[in-house]
Design a protein around this ligand. Structure first.
Ligand code: SF4
Ligand code: SF4
Length: 163
């Protein structure tokens, strides 16, 4: 279905997510790179060897969850905005999700913004916990978002309304 619509199904999504046990232990990367493309900055940006070396530049990235500490360096390195970090240890009812966000205006810490699914549809309001935008991120800021646990597999982006 992904090939036809460009939108991953829940089966596609779950195939690249770590186990919920791993997510609940602490931050870990989710790499939604579903197709073979000639690209590997995710691998070269990871200094913990959590992303396995590519035998072929077209290979899809493979991550070893236990080596990943959720540092998020790979998020800004990925030109396809295909990576996020999820942290199920954040609170009982919410997961913390770190996403790349290249639109303006950027949200501000403490803002409540619209949470969107992978089709760009509104699913729920979410809270902005942190905004990281250092020069080293090369114009791909990372936004930390607190999301209701029940949207773990649905949430993928935010919409910031101009005021
Ligand atoms: S979050 Fe950090 S440790 Fe995990 S895969 Fe990305 S760069 Fe490597
Ligand atoms: S850098 Fe991003 S787009 Fe490129 S292979 Fe890695 S996850 Fe896929």
């Amino acid at each position: 279905m992904l090939i036809k619509t460009g939108i991953p199904t829940i089966e596609d999504i779950k195939s690249v997510f770590p186990s919920e046990d791993r997510i609940n232990k602490g931050p870990v990367a989710v790499i939604e790179c579903y197709q073979e493309i000639p690209c590997n900055p995710c691998f070269t940006s990871c200094n913990r060897n959590a992303i396995k070396d590519f035998a072929d530049i077209n290979d899809k990235p493979l991550i070893e969850d236990e080596l990943c500490n959720g540092c998020a360096l790979c998020i800004s390195a990925c030109p396809g905005l295909a990576i996020m970090v999820v942290d199920g240890s954040y609170s009982e009812n919410e997961v913390l999700i770190k996403i790349p966000y290249e639109f303006l205006p950027l949200p501000k810490e403490g803002d409540t913004v619209k949470g969107l699914n992978r089709a760009g549809e509104y699913i729920t309001d979410v809270k902005v916990i942190k905004v990281q935008n250092p020069k080293s991120f090369d114009k791909t800021p990372i936004i930390h978002i607190a999301v209701d646990r029940k949207f773990l597999y649905d949430f993928r982006n935010i919409k910031v309304e101009e005021v």
